[in-house]
Design a protein around this ligand. Structure first.
Ligand code: AMP
Length: 249
């Protein structure tokens, strides 16, 4: 089975995000970027499936400007076989990404497409669901466990009330949650090997996809600053405040 993995380049999760002065978005100039953490989990899962002989090819796809290639290289160094870079300078909304991925799926004919459950920059949590709808495929979102038996993909999903297990028929779209696995670090020999793996460029036009934005971001603002805490002298004072002010006891 071939597995497609969608990976997004985002601001590194360890960087404090700053909102641009004009409120038009967040500052990305001279900011450290990295693979979206949920996408790393998706790559790890696909590579493990290849190592177990379940997948015979792992193909990464990323849509975005030139540096998305670096993110693809990281995934190749983790063990993916090859990559597709959909080159565009435009801001991409989840629907546009889903259409691009659907067009790639039509060319590549994978048995499964793995995505992160959400990108930590826009927090949309929409692309996987839209992709499954566009393709008419089954979907298993928020996966904390994936097992494959023939044409059946069993996904344990993290839902509010606990865990839900669903059986999907291949081909399917699966999105990864945090507890699915712990992604590996790429080793130096694998980073060197990844330099020889292919990254094929494509454009939205070549895929026949219109990526014109349908949303207008009106403004982006910082979250409200947290109020300063207070220091108490005794445990009795703390209990008094919890009972009489916070009302939590
Ligand atoms: P979102 O719906 O924006 O929260 O993104 C969910 C997932 O969709 C990400 O974790 C990626 O797997 C995939 N995705 C989103 N944007 C892109 C992109 N530009 N290129 C490749 N995959 C993407």
């Amino acid at each position: 089975m071939k597995i497609l993995v969608a990976v997004k380049r985002v601001i590194d999760a360890n960087i404090k995000v700053r909102v641009r002065h004009d409120g038009s978005g967040v500052e990305t100039a001279n900011v450290k970027m990295a693979m979206n953490p949920f996408c790393e989990i998706a790559v790890e899962e696909a590579v493990r499936m290849a190592e177990e002989g379940i997948a015979d090819e792992v193909v990464l796809v990323s849509a975005g400007p030139g540096p998305a290639k670096e993110t693809l290289r990281t995934g190749l160094a983790m063990g993916a076989d090859r990559a597709i870079h959909i080159v565009t300078e435009e801001t991409l909304e989840p629907l546009a990404v889903a259409k691009l991925l659907a067009a790639v799926a039509a060319r590549e004919d994978p048995g499964m497409i793995l995505l992160g459950k959400q990108a930590i920059d826009d927090d949309c949590n929409q692309t996987g669901q839209m992709l499954a709808a566009l393709l008419g495929w089954s979907q298993g979102t928020f996966a904390s466990k994936i097992t494959i038996d023939g044409d059946t993909i069993t996904v344990t999903r993290e839902v509010d009330d606990g865990l839900e297990t669903v059986a999907l028929t291949r081909p399917a779209v699966v999105t990864t949650d945090l507890r699915l696995n712990e992604p590996r670090y790429a080793t130096l020999p694998n980073i060197m090997k990844a330099k020889k793996k292919s990254i094929d460029p494509l454009t939205p036009d070549e895929l026949g996809v219109d990526i014109t934005p349908r949303l207008e971001v009106l403004r982006v603002t910082d979250p409200p600053a947290r109020e300063a805490g207070i220091k108490l002298d005794t445990a009795a004072e703390l209990v008094d405040k919890l009972v009489n002010e916070a009302g939590v006891l």
